[in-house]
Design a protein around this ligand. Structure first.
Ligand code: EPU
Length: 338
């Protein structure tokens, strides 16, 4: 285990922000993670996975641990289902493609989400009507203070919309080292109800889709709407879609009857932040090298040399503007690394 100094983090965050870590260490096994966490000369430690859901706002005066533990293992199997244990450093989309090549179903709607498998449970990643929790069995995590391993069941993870135990009580206390999924081997349950998927399958004239067809449709939709981080730095949705009470929703909807919305329960409604931001006039706007994507206003982009502070400032301007216009306070979905 080698500790490097003044390491550029540009290639470790999908925003492509140029910032330095005072100390940096690549972690390839649970033993290395345990050793690194015991480095008492570096009391401040920050964990990086795929770097796809964070904004680094300044140089990091700490030891950055880059979790790069690889490996996929079949832990159990029946005629109908397979359980896979996937180590935290596996790239999410490569893993999804691997499951599709084996004809394992369940993850196809979440194709092309950037990031690594180990960080996927933290925000319960989701897309096109499916969330990670739908196929999740358990995860293993190391307790940072004691280096003891703990297994978290689905219930213990307390998953919610872009939310989990690891973003709340567990925040800063655990590092996820592997995730176990249960996938179907046949009679796959397809989830094509999401409008954009139906439309894409129709466009391609596919009437009886396979899980591979759904993955291809999702990839095609995402490529049209979302920028490729290897070409234009970004962190996917920068904001969460706000969830408001029925009362708040009714008064909002009276004034904005064309707004899209999702009813979550009798009393809760979700309003797409992308719509709110677009209506405030930010879609496609550029301020220096920081900007709002032209096809999806939820996504902030780095045109090259934007600093984390500049992107953060733009996000704050957007939050204020949406609040002034709609009386709704949107919140960042990405982790702000300060
Ligand atoms: N909309 C606008 N303007 C925009 C963007 C969206 O008016 O600039 C409207 C759309 O027309 C649509 C509605 O907002 O009526 C919802 O848009 P979309 O279906 O694109 O989804 P989203 O709510 O913006 C969420 C996730 C995405 C995920 C998609 C598809 C969040 C914060 N984001 O976006 O996740 O891919 O649904 O399921 O929940 C990510 O987390 O990085 C991410 C991309």
């Amino acid at each position: 285990m080698e500790i490097q100094q003044n390491k550029s983090l540009k290639k470790y965050n999908t925003f492509g922000i140029e910032a330095k870590a005072k100390y940096f260490c690549e972690i390839r096994s649970i033993d290395e993670l345990s050793q690194a966490l015991q480095q008492s000369q570096h009391p401040n430690k920050i964990c990086f996975g795929g770097g796809s859901n964070m904004l680094i706002t300044q140089d990091i005066d700490a030891l950055v641990l880059h979790i790069n533990i690889k490996g996929i293992e079949i832990v159990s199997e029946t005629k109908e289902r397979v359980q896979l244990k996937v180590n935290a450093g596996e790239n999410w989309h490569q893993f999804v493609l691997w499951t599709l090549a084996q004809d394992y179903g369940g993850l196809e709607n979440m194709s092309l989400i950037p990031g690594n498998t180990g960080t996927a449970p933290i925000q319960n990643i989701g897309a096109y009507g499916v969330e990670l929790k739908d196929t999740f069995v358990s995860c293993e995590a190391m307790h940072i203070a004691t280096q003891k391993m703990r297994t978290f069941s689905k219930e213990a993870c307390e998953f919610g919309y872009r939310d989990s135990y690891f973003k709340n009580e567990g925040k800063g206390n655990f590092i996820i080292t592997s995730v176990t999924f249960s996938l179907s081997k046949n009679k796959h349950t397809l989830n094509t109800s999401y409008g954009a998927i139906e439309a894409e399958l129709e466009k391609q004239n596919i009437k009886d889709p396979t899980i591979q067809d759904i993955s291809k449709a999702v990839i095609s939709i995402r490529k049209q709407k979302l920028p490729d981080p290897s070409k234009l730095g970004n962190s996917g949705s920068f904001f969460k879609n706000p969830v408001v009470s029925k009362q708040q929703f009714i008064s909002f909807y009276e004034k904005h009857p064309t707004a899209p919305f999702y009813k979550i329960s009798e009393d809760l409604y979700k309003i797409p932040a992308g719509w709110l931001i677009e209506k405030c006039g930010f879609k496609g706007k550029r301020f220096g090298d920081a900007g709002v994507h032209k096809n999806q206003a939820l996504v902030l982009v780095n045109y090259g040399t934007a600093t984390g502070a500049e992107i953060l400032k733009l996000s704050q301007t957007i939050i204020e503007s949406v609040n002034d216009k709609f009386g709704i306070r949107i919140l960042p979905e990405v982790n702000l690394i300060k």
